[in-house]
Design a protein around this ligand. Structure first.
Ligand SMILES: *Cc1c(COP(=O)(O)O)cnc(C)c1O
Length: 387
């Protein structure tokens, strides 16, 4: 705990873990690349550091920053979002256990549990999470150890009620994990809503500049934290010092970036809703979105991601994506630059043929920080060319 605990989100994002260097006064703490630490006598450590897999000051700074922003007491950073998920799941599951998962979670999460954990006799059930009665009976039928959810979801921006699900899951003895990658702690705080653990792909909005892969686990449960910490150390999928530092630097501007991402996505979604080439816009900020009211309660704004369904089906979706110029055609999201993705063949190719399959008429946009007028004009010109 530090003197920053009472401060607001942006003050903590900028200062927690970032005390100036005591030896030089450098305002930005140095990046610690050393893999090992000199001992003054056997086992007599200067700062508690011994070997870089077990602990590194640059990684610790990121972990403090992440814990503070998510309102947790412990955070662990990893080499990728999936490495973080893997460490968390291995810390809590044993062969014979079961995972209950929203039917719209990140495809890589589904693949991890189905194809890697499946071989270790972990069961998986995917389910529509807005049907509480179905969730309650699935928890009872499967005896699930873990309920895994993601809100807003990808790519349909479905909104899930974290508070309600946490109550139902806890009554059944399940651990509630929320993947908070899309919302970020600036827009949504799952631990405060009853979740036990938050996971992140810091590759996305937290890093924010499409230049560093990383992941994190955050919790306020001491026992769970010691298990995850042990997996981080003993299995070793840690984030490297430069990756940790780049992520910390990105997080310092998270609040201002999310404000702009949200405002621009909202403007785009409103502008294209009702266009003759667009069958449907999926953005939780639109009153037409089925999760709009819940999102307004659960989040402080609606985020920078939106999807659209093209009236002309797959051919129109492809032509629209390839006809954009300011948006780059690429996987991933959450960077300063706008990206367009064709889920059915790009990000969601791994879930084709499963319950998580995405329609081939859907396009997903990650709305970046360019001038919103340029983004609007780009989307309008590509829609206009669909005829
Ligand atoms: C990208 C992503 C992941 C996986 O993270 P990596 O850093 O790519 O391993 C997990 N969840 C969500 C929601 C993501 O967008």
């Amino acid at each position: 705990m530090t003197h920053h605990d009472a401060h607001g989100f942006s003050t903590r994002a900028i200062h927690v873990g970032q005390e100036f260097d005591p030896t030089t006064g450098a305002v930005i703490p140095p990046v610690h690349f050393s893999t090992t630490y000199a001992q003054d006598g056997i086992g007599n450590l200067r700062g508690g550091y011994e070997y870089g897999r077990g602990g590194n000051p640059t990684r610790d700074a990121l972990q403090k920053q992440l814990a503070s922003l998510e309102g947790g007491t412990h955070a662990f950073s990893f080499a990728s979002g999936l490495a973080a998920e893997d460490a968390l799941l291995r810390a809590v599951l044993r062969p014979g256990d079961h995972v209950l998962m929203g039917n719209d979670v990140y495809g890589g999460t589904h693949r991890l549990v189905r194809r890697i954990f499946g071989d270790w006799n972990i069961g998986l059930t995917t389910i529509e999470l807005d049907d509480m009665a179905a969730v309650r009976s699935a928890l009872a039928d499967t005896g699930a150890r873990v309920l895994w959810l993601e809100t807003p979801s990808n790519p349909l921006m479905k909104i899930t009620d974290i508070t309600a699900l946490a109550e139902v899951a806890h009554a059944a003895g399940a651990l509630v994990v929320v993947d908070n990658t899309f919302a970020t702690p600036y827009l949504q705080q799952p631990l405060g809503l009853g979740a036990d653990v938050v996971v992140h792909s810091t590759t996305k909005y937290l890093g924010g500049h499409s230049d560093v892969i990383g992941g994190a686990v955050v919790t306020s449960d001491d026992e769970l934290a010691s298990k995850v910490g042990f997996h981080q150390f003993a299995a070793g999928a840690v984030s490297g010092p430069l990756d940790a530092w780049l992520t910390t630097r990105g997080i310092k501007t998270l609040a201002v970036r999310m404000d702009r991402h949200s405002a621009s996505a909202h403007a785009l979604a409103s502008a294209i809703e009702g266009h003759s080439a667009v069958a449907r816009v999926y953005y939780p900020g639109l009153p037409s979105h089925p999760g709009h009211e819940l999102a307004a309660r659960q989040m402080s704004d609606f985020g920078g991601m939106l999807s659209l369904e093209l009236a002309g089906g797959a051919a129109a979706a492809r032509a629209f994506a390839e006809g954009l110029h300011v948006f780059s055609l690429a996987e991933s999201l959450g960077g300063v630059e706008s990206l367009v993705n064709y889920p059915s063949e790009m990000t969601h190719a791994s879930v084709r043929g499963t319950a998580l399959e995405v329609s081939d008429a859907i396009i997903r946009l990650s709305v970046g920080l360019e001038d919103v007028d340029d983004l609007l004009a780009d989307v309008q010109q590509s829609l206009a060319r669909l005829g």
